[in-house]
Design a protein around this ligand. Structure first.
Ligand SMILES: [Zn+2]
Length: 145
């Protein structure tokens, strides 16, 4: 149990959790395009997945993986309104597409049983943002690319 004084709401409780699914995801850069609404999934809240909803702005180089990425605008991002993410971090919100739903369902199956009965916002600790506004999955920081 995490003492309530330790993480004042609505700051998510930080609970590092393995994510074998995102690094293994087979999704192309072209699967997404500018103008689409996407979400970067980060954890669990009240028995459902939660994440940051963002809008795709333009193609942009994702330096942590040395691959094509997407520049995203996070309307609630404050100082980090714009970040660059790899395509495999993204899930379509603007349309229901089978490729993204498969990943979404797999993440649900992986995560939700671990946190059943938790009402708190859980941040699984998968993502960090570099000083240069690059969103990096933990698996992409460790690989040493
Ligand atoms: Zn999709």
């Amino acid at each position: 149990m995490i003492p309530s004084s330790w993480t004042p709401p609505p700051t998510p409780a930080f609970a590092p959790t393995p994510d074998p699914l995102t690094p293994a995801r087979d999704i192309t850069h072209q699967h997404f395009q500018a103008g689409e609404q996407v979400v970067v999934l980060k954890g669990v809240a009240g028995g459902e997945l939660w994440g940051d909803a963002m809008r795709i702005v333009a193609p942009s180089w994702h330096t942590p993986t040395d691959e094509d990425g997407w520049r995203l605008r996070d309307a609630t991002g404050g100082a980090q309104t714009y970040v660059t993410a790899h395509a495999r971090y993204l899930v379509h919100l603007s349309r229901r597409c089978p490729d993204c739903l498969i990943y979404l369902r797999a993440l649900e199956d992986h995560l939700l049983p671990k946190y059943s009965g938790h009402d708190a916002l859980i941040d699984c600790g998968w993502y960090t943002t570099t000083a240069l506004g690059q969103l990096v999955h933990i698996a992409d920081t460790r690989s040493g690319r």
